[in-house]
Design a binder for this molecule. Structure first.
Ligand code: KG4
Ligand code: ZN
Length: 364
């Protein structure tokens, strides 16, 4: 085994920003194409389940306990020695500081031991560039990131150049799914549970608000929708299984209508940035991209506006280290390396110059 032929960059990536401990080895060829040589993800779901959310201290400790093994597994599965790696990339923000420190220090130590450069990767840049790895999509493109912590529309002008066109002014979309599941007594993670229940539900039964519909700016809001679900649930209590299914379907319909409207606004604002006749890629990533109803709604809005929807496989849409390694490869190819003194940043917007959205809380 060893280093594959016809590659000019091989990167070890590390991801520890939330509750997944992950390591991966990714190669980048001279043609700019990527190949995943290994991609190990260990979820801490069971450790946090009892508390109904991610506990930062437990997360950091769990990363410490298993990261060495996960890295060793990633190298072994790739059939590659540490000495054959060109650089080590670690997610260095945004995220939970304890986990970020564990991943960044491990990455720096490995880089130092191997005598190779270190890359401090913005986790959001990992998500933003994944389509280059999975579908060979090169910037510029429009992207929607919908996860438990983020809801953003980004204009990806180039590697390292992002304009945040839209964000949520309150809850992230995944958070809204999770909170809705919780208040309806469904298991965590809430998104898949809500989607499953919605399959048997009537989405027209409860008249829920379509947040931000028609607003000039493309921002999102989900807190009011979640409250409307709570109010509707209280009115119908005690809830039968059919009530829960109908509430889930109604919630999901409202989400799809709102997100499609917001994305359409963002699409209109970037249409003139594409050359005439050029393909207009629209990439969706993040855990909520697993939702089939949302994907259909996004596909329809893309078609109406002359965009092509790209949805990377779900294992690469959710948190993983292959996306961190790939962002590292893209940056190394442009000589954008970092020193061993690179800081971890719990808050690290991809577009620091973006104006705050009106009403936006700390998460924006
Ligand atoms: O990207 P991700 O795995 O982790 C981070 O937030 O960083 O996203 C997790 C989020 C959770 O809120 C989860 O409920 C949501 O994605 N999710 C879904 C679905 N699968 C996962 N939401 C709606 N429908 C789904 N099928
Ligand atoms: Zn993420």
């Amino acid at each position: 085994m060893g280093r594959p032929d016809a590659v000019n960059i091989v990167i070890l990536g590390i991801e520890t920003s939330c509750d997944e401990t992950a390591a991966a080895v990714v190669a980048r060829g001279p043609d700019g194409r990527g190949t995943i040589l290994s991609n190990i993800v260990r979820s801490q779901f069971d450790q946090h389940k009892l508390y109904g959310g991610v506990v930062p201290e437990i997360a950091a400790r769990a990363h410490t306990e298993c990261l060495d093994d996960i890295v060793a597994m990633a190298l072994r599965e790739a059939g590659i020695e540490l000495a054959e790696i060109d650089a080590v990339a670690a997610a260095s923000g945004p995220g939970l500081i304890g986990g970020l420190i564990v991943g960044a220090i491990t990455g720096k130590a490995l880089a130092l031991a191997a005598g190779k450069p270190f890359l401090a990767i913005n986790h959001l840049e990992g998500h933003a560039l994944t389509a280059g790895l999975t579908d060979a999509i090169a910037p510029p493109y429009l992207m929607l990131l919908v996860s438990g912590g983020h809801t953003q529309v980004l204009w990806v002008a180039d590697v390292g150049q992002y304009n945040r066109l839209a964000t949520t002014i309150d809850d992230a979309l995944g958070e809204a799914f999770d909170k809705t599941a919780k208040l309806l007594g469904l298991p965590m993670p809430g998104g898949p549970a809500v989607e499953q229940a919605a399959v048997r539900g009537d989405g027209t039964r409860f008249k829920l608000p379509r947040p931000m519909l028609g607003r000039e700016d493309p921002h999102f809001s989900f807190a009011g929708l979640k409250t409307a679900v709570r109010t509707a649930a209280q009115k119908s209590a005690p809830l039968s299984a059919q009530d829960v299914a109908d509430l889930c379907a109604s919630f999901q319909d409202a989400v799809c209508a709102s997100v499609a409207d917001r994305v359409a606004k963002a699409m209109s604002s970037v249409e003139d940035k594409f050359a005439a006749g050029a393909e207009r890629p629209f990439v969706v990533a993040g855990g909520v991209a697993a939702n089939q109803a949302l994907k259909s709604a996004l596909h329809a809005v893309a078609q109406r506006h002359g965009f092509t929807l790209y949805a990377p496989p779900i294992a690469l849409c959710t948190d993983n280290a292959a996306m961190i390694a790939w962002a590292g490869a893209e940056r190394l190819a442009r000589n954008l390396t970092d020193g061993l003194n690179a800081a971890v940043k719990p808050r690290w917007p991809l577009d620091p110059g973006a104006a705050p959205a009106q009403g936006a809380g700390v998460k924006a």
